[in-house]
Design a protein around this ligand. Sequence first.
Ligand code: HXC
Length: 509
Amino acid sequence: MDVLLELEKRRQAAREGGGQRRVEAQHGKGKLTARERVELLLDEGSFEEFDMFVAHRCTDFGMEAERPAGDGVVTGWGTINGRMVYVFSQDFTVFGGSLSETHANKICKIMDMAIQNGAPVIGINDSGGARIQEGVASLAGYAEVFQRNIMASGVVPQISLIMGPCAGGAVYSPAMTDFIFMVKDSSYMFVTGPDVVKTVTNEVVSAEELGGASTHTKKSSVADGAYENDIEMLAEARRLFDFLPLNNREKAPVRPFFDDPARLEASLDTLIPDNPNQPYDMKELIHKVADEGDFFEIQRDYAANIITGFVRIEGQSVGVVANQPMVLAGCLDIDASRKAARFVRFCDAFEIPILTLVDVPGFLPGVAQELGGVIKHGAKLLFAYGEATVPKVTVITRKAYGGAYDVMASKHLRGDFNYAWPTAEIAVMGAKGAVEILYRSELGDKEKIAARVKDYETRFANPFVAAEKGFIDEVIHPQSTRKRVARAFAALRGKKLSNPWKKHDNIPL
Ligand code: HXC
């Protein structure tokens, strides 16, 4: 009996973390505690904890006097809608969630198990960084975690939730995971904070401006999404988890669906405006193709000229990449190419089929783009699509011009089903630009030029030239897009394609 009481007493002490005062301070900042977060993230009662009694071994700076059970991180496994996941959740109430050697060992233990047993890792980051009292032992601990992030990459999905400070070298663990989400106003990430920046470069900047959720979702693209508070973030993490497979050998889960895969959408027949220069919202098409209109967007606030995210079609997860004519006319640029390339590679690594919706007038022209290396960055997307062996279904709604036509999962990059709407224009460039080059000597004669433009349009501003060559498999009615896409993916369920053996590729980084 006594031993049972002793166990309960010890467990209780561990659950108290850094004590009532610090828990209140945590709540005062609008943050939940490490354990409250785990409870909300996982299915009720599913959490199994590891290493609850682990304590640090540091004897410097009087540390031996304070050895709280758990050492500032809660680790273990549980389920999300019945599917296995490993978690760690840093406890800011214990030494500021700082990472010691033993704290790192706990994280490494669950990561090793995740890789071995094939289940994702979700890391909740809320930490003052390296445990200052431990010095190099803490740095070693970080590197051990980094190495596991690298080994786990492409084997199990890794998701980082930044729910407090994440600074210094500590940022590089989330940076190597598949997705990073941040909580608005209560989280930040930077390699060197505002004080160091001020000392070295004399720039004055707040923590929020340097590394808050807005900065990382809109400017740096380090983070994939931002949420209002802890509760919303944890609920959305569960939603994303449901789209993903447990590991690279398993398929993503198939969810029940109540939406007819053959549903017709008459409104899509008029989605494309008469004026080819007028934009329309590509998200409307995504919502209308998806089961129940459900779309989990990745990097919504960055490079909005391309849209990336997950939908389900016939209950199966599909990654969507779509040009957005509402922003920069849907042109590809450096940011959009990088954003979409990373997304395509994630989908390919985890066998999630890719739907590509194309309306692209080309690569964005400009000195800034060229000097910024659009050649190398644009090549990332080209490379990612070309190497991907997952089922690839492409629908060209309107423009597919120039190199961007090739890049956007064209037939030539092993697209499996390449559809076009009757409104598609597949050409080297727009009619006006083409005529200005071909008939430079006639430019003074407006009538003649107008006739030339008309002629070019009739010849090329349609999908039929490409369809005649077999580069487009079928010209489809816009209203039947969901049905056609669903049938295409169904036909591809048994697809087997592999690339030549190599150690790894050399994607233009
Ligand atoms: C040990 C730490 C700590 C740390 C915070 N604490 N950071 N203990 N090591 N790194 C402790 C504090 O002493 C305090 O203890 C409690 O956590 C809460 O900290 P506060 O400062 O009171 O909280 P707050 O005001 O919210 O400020 C949070 C903070 C600040 C901005 C994170 O604590 C801070 O600047 N910490 C130091 C950050 C840092 O320089 N870390 C090392 C970075 S280098 P009590 O007992 O009072 O509650 C690094 C390299 C990684 O991380 C390299 C990887 C390769």
